[in-house]
Write a protein that binds this ligand. Sequence first.
Ligand SMILES: C[S@@+](CC[C@H](N)C(=O)[O-])C[C@H]1O[C@@H](n2cnc3c(N)ncnc32)[C@H](O)[C@@H]1O
Length: 264
Amino acid sequence: MIYTQNNPTSYKRIAHSFSKYANGYDAWASVQKTFNEKLLDWAKLHIKALPSPLMDWGCGTGDLSEKLIRDFKTEAVTLSDISAEMVEVARSKISKITQNAEFKVCDAMAYDEWDNFRTVCSGLALQWVTEPYLLLKKIHQTRKPGDVILMSWFNEDCFPEWKNACIRNGIPFTGHSMPNPDFFHALALEEDALSFDLRHESFKIPVTYPTVRGFFKSMKNIGAGLGNGNQMSFSEYRKLESELQNEQGCQITWVADFVLITYS
Ligand SMILES: C[S@@+](CC[C@H](N)C(=O)[O-])C[C@H]1O[C@@H](n2cnc3c(N)ncnc32)[C@H](O)[C@@H]1O
């Protein structure tokens, strides 16, 4: 099994892309907001409280933190993101609902103060880091009894319609690479593993976009338009469009992993 992903996109390009679209993110991120809502509904089935202080890394505009404060009455929250503009949008929203929030601009891969937080949360950001498994392992190794990790991320089962159309027609798939749905189970095999309970579920949201162009535009307008380095020619794009588009529009399925780890 491959545990590492080695995303080819540099963190500077990722930060730049998310920063550029930070102000419009909330208007375009309906899929992300629906997944955040689902993550908390799912978490509430398994856990009553999230211990403070809590870190929401890859916070974007603060949508997950806003919902965490609403549903879990979380007290001390730190929001961090690699994009300074995302953090500023989050600050303006979250400062209105709590005085007990801190904000940081940092690359989660380079951050090393996870042990200051009893709960580490993240919504749909792990697929952007260069080494998802190493990051999860690093956070895992700082956990103490009673601590929690609650995260979601898009996995490599995302966009089956787009991927299958590429395979059928010999078109390069240009989407950003996503982690394998099972990669994090390797945590349990680590020699230094703590005692923990790991819950995992994958959730799908099929979305019908009016057009194929509309789908790509919606990705771009949240800052997530960066691909895997492959290029499509114009004729390949037109072929893809004709394959994905039908009278109803263009159906694209998003798939996210939800993981809740509680330590004892
Ligand atoms: C799809 S957005 C999700 C935002 C928010 N959590 C939500 O659910 O709406 C992904 C976020 O991850 C951030 N991000 C990407 N790579 C990161 C890294 N290495 N460290 C911290 N944040 C990162 C991006 O800047 C972006 O704001």
